[in-house]
Write a protein of this length. Structure first.
Length: 269
């Protein structure tokens, strides 16, 4: 029981923190008057910094993000969601581990803002990551692999939304099921689409051997805006990211948590 209660609290606070970040990103995308930053996660955190008691709120978000990271490690290493010992199951757990590592960077950035160590707004660092990968052996192939992995993650998000794959992880009250289904479908599909565009940026960066071609959420939304009927598509994508943020709150409230799997792993050691 000493393991279970903190893990449940960490996981739920983590989903809420991630949801809040996406709500802020959507706000930045929908209105340039909110903070005046680019619509990405780090700019969203800088919006919080500029509010009354901003560092306090950033401290709360930081704790939540580290809780989310801890839960991701539990999902991946302890298999707390009970994924089968198949290629697909191991693939999901690897993706969850990558998610933990990815959110670690954002959590550290939030902590640096909360503690006044970093006052710089910022890009998501995709170009920096691509540049670092290019410096490694077979760097071009590594950048391509990252791009393909992001595209695959985006496609999986869309399939999860359209196929209602999220339902097996949520205990949704019957009275809220219809509304939750629409929020989850829209949010997962929108985030999946943004992921696919982001992955294509990495693949193009590998093709041109130019790390500057790699991009994240803000670059993906800018690309959408340049398409025919781009203004409408941009609004649809931005509202979709808002829906994904709300989906985070849904997970915080209704997510099935299986801490006994983590407890069993701890006992086995």
């Amino acid at each position: 029981m000493q393991i279970q209660s903190p893990l449940i609290w960490l996981s739920r606070s983590g989903y809420a923190a991630r949801g809040l970040v996406y709500v802020l990103v959507a706000g930045l995308a929908l209105s340039s008057s909110i903070g005046g930053g680019e619509p990405n996660s780090k700019s969203a955190l800088n919006v919080v910094l500029g509010q009354p008691f901003g560092r306090v709120w950033l401290g709360v978000i930081t704790v939540g993000l580290f809780g989310f990271i801890a839960w991701r490690f539990a999902q991946s290493l302890a298999n707390s969601d009970g994924h089968p010992a198949t290629l697909k199951g191991y693939g999901i757990r690897v993706a969850l581990l990558i998610s933990a590592v990815t959110y670690s960077s954002l959590a550290i950035y939030a902590a640096s803002l909360a503690l006044a160590f970093d006052k710089q707004g910022g890009s998501e660092g995709e170009a920096t990551l691509a540049a670092w990968l290019f410096e490694q052996p077979f760097g071009r192939y590594l950048v391509t692999g990252v791009g393909l992995a992001i595209v695959g993650a985006g496609a999986a998000q869309i399939v999860k939304g359209v196929g209602h794959g999220y339902r097996k992880y949520l205990e949704i009250p019957d009275t809220a099921r219809t509304a939750v289904d629409w929020i989850c479908l829209y949010g997962l599909a929108a985030r999946g689409g943004v992921f696919i565009i982001t992955g294509m940026f990495f693949i193009y960066a590998a093709f041109t051997v130019d790390p500057g071609q790699a991009g994240g959420i803000s670059e993906a939304l800018s690309w959408v805006r340049q398409l025919p009927f781009g203004a409408g598509l941009y609004a649809i994508a931005a509202v979709g990211l808002l829906a994904f943020g709300i989906y985070g709150f849904v997970e915080a409230a209704y997510r099935r948590i299986r801490p006994h799997a983590v407890a069993a792993m701890a006992i086995s050691y």
